[in-house]
Design a protein around this ligand. Structure first.
Ligand code: C2E
Ligand code: MG
Ligand code: MG
Length: 616
């Protein structure tokens, strides 16, 4: 196994000082100034760090010419010491000695100075100034400014152990600050919600922990814990409840782990726990189990009692990998495996079997990348049939990969494309290819009204998706009403507000939208009502049992009926997927479904067989 060669002694010193290194991040400080300036409605803000008799400028925000003129140092005694100083009108000279820090080129008529204090010690000050005299400074909320200044202590004060940072963050923040989109810590290295270091910030201390483990002959385990279905809480009870819950989870994890372990926040619903100084070969399962247990205990947030479950993935040094980036990645892969196991609250360790899978997926990804360039991807088209007319005027485009050894189904390669960024160019290719093909068939006189294209969650979430659709339509010279986009419930639920806006814009163009695989996600009726869509596609899972036996058939019937009634009451077209038999068709017909799709009428067809299907 490779040994670890990087010299990180300089970091180890810092690490010895505290849990991890916190660097001065000018970008984050500037973001904080931006917030402070907004609160005080002042154009220029400067943050000074106290260094002996001097105050060093560490960040500034405001008109560029003013910022350029600011001196790098100022006399320390001029900074506010006690509390927020609001100085409505500043005359130069003795009238405002506390504030007059600036050269004559920076016109100062009013000022606010806020000390940056932690545990009774002052580390610096935040000074905000206006060129206009201000009589209205009484309306500025000093509490809000104090809170913003307190956030800067993580940059101005010596590194703070994260446990301390978390305690500090527990104070409820004034709502108008919470509402500011550019909450300063988001730009920095600590997660704004929990006060934990974010994943990027964990990288360095993880490497340090690994160096220590190599030196001491000990082991390190990285556990990634993901809360199951956390987004439901965010969606249903609101962000504040979700954030409150995350904070409590963070605290419980900190309480469960020891002082020498690291706890950080991964993306969304994930937490990263780095267990250090463990005997080599120990499994870390005991601790993972305890973490699951504490998460299972009920939480009380804003009057709600909430129960959670979580999935944990573990990767270990030196058994699984010797560098932090790989360990973090492997722990993530194990966590996804745990999540996929569908046993709630399960733990997976990274194994050689998973390593094999990672390698296979890597190979597949390389081949797929080449396939896209080499024109090995193609589309098949499956007709949709209207139950009223028994005729087809619409098709769904379904992707295939033509390899030398045969046709590969999307179930095999799309998950890999989704995990890499490849799904984006593939998705754009499908859109363009399908649009061109339909335009061609229509020009040739085939009675085809519309083609639908499946859109992956990743592709839909991209800010440029609308632009891509617009470009494709114009490049294929296809009027928008001949295109339909199939999106899944899950991709709409990720960020409902954004999805609604995007769907509106797309439908504004004239494009139709269907919800694919309806019934398999969490089918939130409340949201469905808000979604601007045209078609509900009932998943094959329900249709399949319609001509089955006993209870399965009753369930399938009840669900299909419920979805059909629901869809129709919302004014949507209802289409059933995967119809294979006469009996299924009869039930769907009786329930009042508008359209069907399935092998009973036609399998997905290669493009050259489509004209024959339409009698051409
Ligand atoms: P989907 O969009 O729900 O497509 C329906 C799937 O059911 C297709 O599988 C289709 O061939 C299959 N099917 C249709 N009728 C029947 C039937 O009567 N019986 C059975 N057993 N199956 C039937 P396919 O083509 O393998 O595609 C699977 C999934 O892959 C699609 O589900 C869709 O989610 C995804 N997909 C396919 N093409 C694309 C694409 O171009 N882009 C994206 N993002 N996803 C795609
Ligand atoms: Mg589909
Ligand atoms: Mg489907």
């Amino acid at each position: 196994m490779a040994t670890r060669r990087t010299d990180r002694s300089h970091v180890r010193d810092l690490h010895a000082l505290c849990c991890w290194a916190v660097s001065t991040d000018e970008h984050a400080l500037t973001a904080q100034l931006r917030v402070a300036c907004a609160i005080a409605r002042m154009p220029l803000g400067v943050i000074y760090r106290l260094a002996g008799n001097h105050a060093q400028k560490v960040a500034a925000f405001g008109p560029p010419d003013w910022v350029a003129d600011l001196p790098a140092e100022a006399p320390a005694w001029r900074l506010a010491r006690e509390d927020v100083a609001l100085v409505p009108i500043v005359g130069r000279g003795p009238a405002a000695p506390e504030i007059a820090l600036f050269p004559p080129t920076v016109r100062v008529a009013a000022a606010v100075s806020v000390p940056v204090v932690q545990d009774g010690r002052q580390f610096g000050a935040m000074v905000l100034v206006d060129a206009e005299p201000r009589e209205d400074l009484d309306s500025v909320d000093p509490g809000a400014l104090r809170t913003v200044a307190a956030q800067t202590t993580i940059h101005l004060a010596p590194p703070t152990p994260v446990r301390g940072v978390l305690r500090e963050r527990k104070e409820t923040l004034p709502p108008h600050i919470r509402d500011l989109a550019a909450w300063p810590l988001a730009a920095g290295a600590h997660d704004a919600v929990t006060g934990l270091p974010d994943r990027r910030m964990l990288e360095e201390p993880v490497e340090v922990a690994l160096d220590d483990a190599e030196r001491d002959g000990t082991g390190v385990a990285i556990a990634i814990l993901a809360l199951d279905r956390f987004h439901r809480i965010d969606d249903w009870l609101g962000r504040e409840v979700g954030d409150g819950l995350l904070r409590q989870v963070a605290e419980r994890l900190l309480d469960t782990t020891s002082e020498r372990d690291l706890v950080g926040r991964g993306s969304g619903d994930e937490f990263v726990v780095v267990l250090t100084g463990r005997p080599r070969g120990s499994s870390a399962l005991g601790l993972a189990d305890r973490m699951l247990q504490v998460v299972r205990e009920p939480f009380h947030v804003q009057g709600y009692e909430l129960s959670l479950s979580a999935s944990v993935g573990i990767a270990r040094y030196p058994e699984d990998a010797t560098d932090g980036t790989t360990l973090l990645r492997y722990a993530g892969i194990a966590m996804h495996r745990a999540k996929a196991s569908r046993r709630r609250g399960s733990i997976e360790c990274f194994t050689d079997e998973l390593r094999g899978e990672v390698e296979r997926r890597g190979d597949l990804e390389r081949h797929l990348r080449r396939a896209l360039g080499a024109g090995e991807l193609l589309l098949h088209y499956q007709p949709k049939v209207s139950l009223a007319t028994r005729r087809s005027t619409e098709l769904e485009a379904l992707i295939r990969w033509q390899r030398q050894d045969g046709l590969v189904s999307p179930a095999h390669f799309l998950p890999v494309a989704e995990d890499s960024e490849l799904i984006v160019p593939i998705g754009s290719w499908v859109l363009l290819e399908a649009s061109r093909q339909i335009a061609k068939w229509r020009a040739a006189g085939l009675p085809i009204e519309r083609v639908s294209v499946n859109v992956s969650a990743h592709q839909f979430a991209r800010p440029d998706f609308f632009g891509t659709v617009q470009r494709v339509l114009s490049s294929a010279r296809l009027p928008a009403e001949h295109l339909e986009l199939e999106v899944t419930e899950t991709s709409l639920m990720d960020d409902v507000e954004a999805a609604v806006e995007k769907l509106r814009a797309l439908r504004g163009l004239g494009v139709r939208v269907s919800v694919d695989d309806f019934g398999t996600g969490y089918s939130s009726l409340a949201y469905l009502q808000r979604l601007p869509v045209d078609v509900l596609k009932i998943d094959r899972a329900f249709v399949k049992d319609l001509d089955g036996e006993g209870l399965a058939r009753q369930h399938a019937h009840a669900l299909t009926q419920a979805i059909t009634v629901l869809g129709k009451s919302l004014g949507l077209e209802v289409l059933a997927e995967g119809v294979e038999t006469e009996a299924q068709l009869a039930v769907l017909d009786a329930l009042g479904c508008h359209a069907v799709q399935g092998y009973y009428f036609s399998r997905p067809l290669p493009a050259d067989l489509v004209p024959a299907f339409f009698g051409a």
